[in-house]
Design a protein around this ligand. Structure first.
Ligand code: SF4
Length: 407
């Protein structure tokens, strides 16, 4: 079926652009991301495929505005020197990148020395997100990370010396055999470094990962959710005392330095994902790219021959013809409204239902009157005028609120 869609699919304010880099030097035992070790022979063709996909999307979307770029993975910092610059040049050539666009790269501490940090900054990246994960060498080893705690601290210092003034540090908690004292020491040391942004993730042990097998074989203990909750509470208190703003369930920043790219997701805004397995949400459509880096490299080069009309004119026909896509779905108004609610409520300053309603084109407070009332009565949400937000006691059980907004 083909429908015409006369409105532009990317608003003038721009979209987020996510670039997936599917390479890691080693695969961590808990990781279920679309990333691989031992396929370095695919890096060079990947660069060609990726820059080709970037250009084709730029043409197809009529050179849209971009307000944030995020290199994730995988380990973008594992790419050979100069590759990020080439990718950014291809983006600049085919999109209107805002002069103040946030450009983030995820990096492993082991990849960052003084020269690497200076090189990344010189390539046009202005935000660094370092995967510290822990400052305890036993836990880093258990997580299969390639770095030692001291290297993570050094990496941060190199970033500062190079001139990065917007740095995120990622930590994980709720780890097997992790004590509250270990967590306190790690977090206190991290706060002393004074990064602009801190992300804290509870370890999830996903089926199919080596860590899941260790759990089944009794080699590691079951995660202790009560202890993880205590760790989260300690983090909330100590980060607040250090002046960090808790702006999203898992994210803290100094004022004015949230991750703008992730805010696009939480505000249910438009974003394009390029690279293997990347997801996009543009207009009323969600679509995703083939997972396999090898297939991706082949299919991206096939796009040169594919006839894809500008996507804002014949959206579904265009999506059918894009060779790198593995699938797409049309988002109903129902889905869009639900997602606007539960994504927006992740932002702890709250969801302004009037603003969100005018973007969604429907009165969300009226549409979700019953679940909102239920959440208010259960103490999961609180209301202040048009603003609806999670109560502090519901941050760790936010899914109990979110599921009530699903159709
Ligand atoms: S470095 Fe990150 S992306 Fe790569 S395997 Fe480890 S957790 Fe996964």
């Amino acid at each position: 079926m083909t429908t015409s869609n006369p409105r532009r699919i990317v608003p003038p304010s721009g979209m987020g652009l996510y670039v997936h880099v599917p390479f890691c030097k080693t695969k961590c035992p808990y990781c279920d991301f679309n990333t691989y070790q031992g396929i370095e022979d695919l890096i060079e063709p990947f660069l060609l495929a990726l820059t080709s996909e970037i250009k084709r999307w730029g043409d197809t979307l009529a050179h849209p505005a971009v307000k944030s770029i995020f290199f994730g993975g995988g380990t973008p910092s594992y790419l050979p020197k100069g590759d990020i610059e080439k990718i950014l040049a291809s983006i600049q050539a085919s999109y209107q990148v805002a002069p103040n666009a946030e450009i983030t790269i995820e990096a492993n501490p082991g990849d960052l020395d003084g020269a690497a940090c200076a090189g990344i900054l010189a390539q046009g990246v202005n935000r660094l997100s370092i995967g510290v994960q822990s400052l305890d060498n036993y836990l880093l080893n258990l997580l299969g990370r390639r770095h030692q705690a001291s290297e993570a601290v050094e990496a941060f210092k190199f970033a500062r010396q190079a001139g990065f003034d917007n740095v995120n540090l990622d930590l994980m908690y709720g780890l097997p055999n992790q004590s509250l004292d270990q967590w306190r020491r790690t977090l206190d040391s991290l706060i002393e470094l004074a990064p602009e942004h801190i992300s804290l993730y509870a370890l999830g042990i996903e089926e199919g990962t080596p860590m899941h097998r260790w759990l089944e074989d009794g080699k590691i203990p079951e995660p202790d959710s009560d202890l993880a909750a205590d760790m989260y509470q300690y983090a909330r208190e100590s980060l607040a005392a250090a002046g960090y703003h808790h702006y999203e369930i898992s994210n803290w920043s100094v004022r004015g330095r949230p991750c703008e790219h992730n805010v696009v997701y939480w505000e249910n805004g438009p974003y394009l994902g390029v690279g293997p397995g990347a997801h996009s949400r543009l207009g009323d459509f969600r679509f995703w790219t083939v997972l396999s880096p090898r297939d991706y490299n082949i299919k991206a080069s096939g796009w040169a021959a594919a006839n894809v009309q500008p996507i804002d004119e014949l959206v579904e026909a265009a999506l059918e013809n894009i060779p790198t896509l593995a699938g797409w779905e049309h988002l109903s108004l129902e889905t869009t409204c639900s997602e606007t609610m539960f994504l927006g409520l992740r932002l702890l300053d709250g969801l302004n239902t009037s603003q969100a309603s005018s973007l969604a084109g429907i009165d969300l407070a009226k549409k979700f009157q019953a679940p909102i009332q239920e959440c208010l009565e259960l103490g999961l949400l609180e209301q202040d005028g048009d603003c609806l937000k999670l109560t502090e006691s519901s941050y760790l059980i936010a899914n109990q609120a979110f599921t009530r907004f699903l159709g």
